[in-house]
Design a binder for this molecule. Structure first.
Ligand SMILES: Cc1ncc(COP(=O)(O)O)c(C=O)c1O
Length: 444
């Protein structure tokens, strides 16, 4: 029997009365009851009380299997015993100081070892800050002013990152091979759109032509190699290689935003593709489920932050840069996630995606499933999209229906997900079995 989205919403309301009450209360202290746009859900979001391993429990007592893991950040799931122990041991000795600690050296050394292109590392408090810093240091190093990014891509919320971020399809976007820069937020500093050049993902020839045309004032190109926020459009290796070649030739800084894609392997996507970017941004996994970020790269570029020879070119301060909580959580998480653990988690995700694809095929529902490392994304499209303009054709009504159906039945995905290391075959089967059950009620 097909189930309508209204029926699913009615169950959702009944299951989540306390969440609804909290959301109503939140309206008078938070704009629209919200403090993080991405977690808003219409008509109201579920308020979470706690997370334990692979599950979250909400304020109404509903426990759900969590495939979202705070937007991929929690690679070890919720409250991993080793991370909790390390944090508990740490917290009684102070949470932040006006002075360095040995832990920041340890985490920087670990990152250097795993990501050799990060010859020097700096810490900050979020992915947004990491991006803000790499764009600034690229401008400082090259003496050039403009930045290039890929259409649709997300790089946090600093002004240049808010250009052409998931823009609605319209003529304003210009030709696919030469996209226009469009504001994706109000209130950007004047001239932001003009300072950002927008490139078409996976189109090496068109991207190269735009890069060459703008080379004289282009400081950097920033790329999320897996396009994680604009779908999960996977790059052709030749496309990534062509970016490395042309940026090297033209003296443009190549930046990998590995804030999410650091999930792909212990050395990030750069080790998988065998490409050394000039700079890299990290956050999420690197802070082990706490607030933190890191960036780094070539020693000559990063030396602009060096204060030992007088006032540095860029005085990067930050009350919580390298704070012990983020350092200890990050170190414990990364030590737990050695190469074997990554391989195991990636295999788990690949098998899960294969079974999901079979479930859609057997039900006669047109869908494809993209997978990269331990990140996956379902598309209600015949073929996997190759760029933002193809990805955006996905059917959001179908995603909303499946999201609600699974949520009502104890599973959280968001068009896809990022499994955590403690998940077992039973958890994978739970998602596949529930998806099969859902598809029996598919109303489309
Ligand atoms: C690819 C990418 N870059 C940057 C960011 C911003 O990171 P943060 O939310 O820590 O500021 C995100 C966050 O989701 C991201 O997915």
């Amino acid at each position: 029997m097909p189930t309508s989205v209204d029926q699913l919403l009615s169950t959702y309301h009944n299951q989540n009365v306390t969440s609804f009450r909290l959301f109503t209360r939140a309206q008078s202290s938070l704009p629209g009851g919200n403090t993080r746009t991405g977690v808003f859900f219409n008509p109201f979001p579920v308020y979470i009380r706690r997370g334990e391993g692979v599950h979250t429990t909400d304020v109404d007592g509903n426990t759900r299997l969590d495939f979202v893991n705070n937007a991929t950040a929690l690679i070890l799931g919720h409250g991993h015993p080793k991370v909790v122990d390390a944090l508990q041991n740490r917290i009684g000795h102070g949470t932040a100081f006006f002075g360095p600690t040995e832990m920041e050296i340890e985490l920087a050394e670990l990152l250097k070892e795993r990501v050799p292109s990060m010859e020097r590392v700096r810490f900050c408090s979020s992915g947004t800050e990491a991006v803000m810093n790499v764009l600034r240091v690229a401008r400082a190093f090259t003496g050039k002013t403009r930045i290039a990014k890929f259409e649709g891509a997300y790089h946090g919320i600093d002004d240049p990152a808010m250009i052409s971020y998931l823009p609605p399809l319209s003529n304003a976007l210009g030709p696919e091979s030469e996209p226009h820069s469009v504001d994706s937020s109000k209130g950007l500093a004047p001239g932001t759109a003009e300072s950002v050049v927008v490139l078409p993902f996976n189109d090496a020839a068109a991207s190269e032509a735009i890069i060459r045309k703008n080379a004289d004032n282009l400081a950097a190109i920033i790329i999320d190699p897996l396009s994680t926020a604009s779908g999960l459009t996977l790059p052709h290796p030749e496309f990534i290689q062509s970016l490395r070649d042309v940026t090297r030739e033209l003296g443009i800084v190549l930046i990998f935003d590995e804030i999410v894609s650091f999930r792909m392997s212990s050395g990030g996507t750069q080790s998988v593709f065998g490409i050394n970017p000039d700079l890299t941004c990290l956050a999420k996994v690197v802070a082990g489920g706490t607030a933190g970020g890191a960036f780094g790269g070539r020693e000559d570029i990063m030396s602009i932050y060096d204060p030992t020879k007088g006032t540095p070119g860029i005085p990067q301060s930050g009350t919580y840069n390298g704070n012990p909580i983020a350092m200890v959580a990050g170190l414990t998480t990364l030590r737990e996630m050695g190469e074997t653990a990554y391989a195991q988690l990636n295999d788990f995700t690949a098998n899960l995606c294969k079974a999901l694809k079979e479930a859609f095929d057997n039900a006669g529902v047109v869908a494809s499933v993209a997978v990269a490392g331990s990140i996956f994304r379902i598309y209600f499209l015949e073929q996997l999209p190759e760029n933002y303009r193809q990805a955006v054709l996905d059917d959001s009504d179908k995603h909303r229906w499946l999201y609600l159906w699974l949520l009502n039945n104890g599973i959280v995905i968001r068009q896809g997900g990022a499994p955590s290391f403690p998940m077992t075959e039973n958890h994978a089967s739970q998602l596949v079995d529930e998806t099969r059950r859902a598809l029996k009620e598919w109303p489309f």
